[in-house]
Design a protein around this ligand. Structure first.
Ligand code: AMP
Ligand code: GLY
Length: 421
């Protein structure tokens, strides 16, 4: 097979982990990433293309003879980049705009789950403030209020009191999250897990599961973030539970989207609550999780590019996926202040020494190079990741590497993996 020229879109730790895995593929030809980051630049040529400009992406693909585009983040997918690339005859990993509604619209997903009997929290969907308030008053607290649309994780309030719920509704209808539409749903109890499956429009193949730590502080305290650390496997996802998730949630979703004429291709990321009665869907994302992707890539034994191509080509029924027996764990190092206001430009030193050894990989998220120095350029900055025979061993190795990094302006949680170690 002639080598494939590939363009990866994105610039975070998730994309660095994807680039790291893709770069090991025997199928790979020229490898570009837009816009990328200094970590990704170790594996791919980074190009400063504005990925919201679909014409610019397509014209780059034509001039560099790109065979395959892998889309990391959700925003370009929700904006229809997969449709534009496919229309131009360029193969792409990632769902169409219509299929990306599974992440882009909470209301769409709730109605979809109701139609196809996919277990999820009971809900009401409102465009009228008074009706939303009336519904909350009948249901009582605890209750969950969600703004519709992409709100970068900030549009969800888990309200322990009715007052909190009413305030969240007021914020949404005051236009804080764009469109004034909200979903009010039942509070689910249990343990959360992130489950991933590759889909090709018709078939789905389970990947591994992971658990993420969303709160900024030790002991799962403080405000929500994009994710402060992750580990895989997730002990709660036994083989039996994974099969239930495939049978009750993932396969009905793939079949339902196919039936609706919007086949889902790409990676389906199910945020699950595992409760007494089994798994329930909290939300879908249409891309890999960040930092969940980092731990999955460390554990993946098979060639990632082969799997991504099978998802794009509709041949996932012919592949199987194997995982290392080891556990992987990733600690997010963030700039002090995150998820609130934080400074940029502080220097990070000693990364090479910290990344020493086969079992440790440091993925870059918000880093940049300035005058030959590595600096922090975002909230979540580094993902210090390690393999180990157990989650506890991976945790020890990851924190040993963290402790070698010289970056006084950064911080991390010290308890990633506490449920499993
Ligand atoms: P989401 O943006 O939908 O993933 O929600 C963010 C977080 O809110 C989730 O990771 C859960 O911790 C929590 N959450 C969302 N929906 C519910 C629910 N129905 N019951 C309990 N917790 C929820
Ligand atoms: N870590 C959660 C996410 O990627 O949405």
């Amino acid at each position: 097979m002639t080598p494939l020229n590939l363009l990866l879109l994105g610039s975070g730790g998730r994309e660095h982990a994807l680039a790291w895995a893709i770069s090991a593929s025997p199928l790979l030809g020229d490898f570009y990433c837009a816009p990328g980051n200094p970590g990704i630049a170790q594996h791919a040529t980074c190009v400063a293309i504005d990925i919201t400009d679909h014409q610019a992406v397509m014209s780059f693909c034509r001039t560099q003879r790109i065979d395959f585009v892998v889309v990391g983040p959700e925003a370009p997918l929700v904006a229809g980049i997969a449709d534009d690339l496919e229309a131009a005859g360029i193969k792409v990993f990632g769902p169409s705009k219509a299929a990306a509604q599974l992440e882009g619209s909470k209301g769409f997903t709730k109605d979809f789950c109701a139609e196809f009997d996919i277990p999820t929290a009971s809900y009401g969907r409102f465009t009228d403030r008074a009706e939303a308030i009336a519904y909350v008053k009948v249901q009582g607290a605890p209750i969950v209020i969600k703004a519709d649309g992409l709100a970068a994780g900030k549009g969800v309030t888990v309200a322990m009191t009715t007052e909190e719920a009413l305030k969240a509704i007021d914020d949404i209808f005051a236009g804080q999250f764009g469109a004034a539409e909200c979903v009010v749903e039942e509070f689910l109890e249990g343990e959360e897990a992130s489950f991933f499956a590759l889909c090709d429009g018709e078939h789905a193949v389970a990947l591994a599961a992971a658990q993420d730590h969303k709160r900024v502080g030790d002991g799962d305290t403080g405000p929500n973030t994009g994710g402060m650390g992750a580990y895989s496997p997730a002990p709660i996802m036994t083989p039996e539970m994974s099969e239930r998730v495939m049978a009750e949630i993932i396969r009905p979703t793939v079949a339902g989207m196919h039936k609706r004429g919007h086949p889902f291709k790409g990676v389906l990321f199910a945020g699950l609550m595992i409760g007494k009665s089994g798994p329930k869907l909290i939300e879908y994302n249409v891309r890999f999780g960040d930092p969940e992707c980092q731990v999955l890539m460390l554990r993946l034994k098979d060639d990632l590019l082969t799997l991504l191509l099978a998802a794009a080509d509709g041949t996932l029924d012919k592949v199987s996926v194997r995982w290392r027996n080891e556990a992987a764990l990733s600690v997010v190092m963030a700039t002090k202040g995150y998820p609130g206001a934080y400074g940029k430009g502080s220097e990070i030193r000693n990364l090479d020494a910290a990344a020493h050894g086969d079992d440790v990989e440091i993925f870059h998220a918000g880093t940049a190079l300035k005058d030959g120095k590595l600096i922090a350029n975002g909230g979540r900055v580094l993902n210090v990741s390690a393999l180990g025979r157990t989650v506890a061993e991976a945790q020890t190795r990851a924190y040993q590497a963290v402790d070698l990094i010289d970056w006084p302006e950064g911080f991390c949680r010290r308890d990633i993996g506490w449920r499993a170690s």
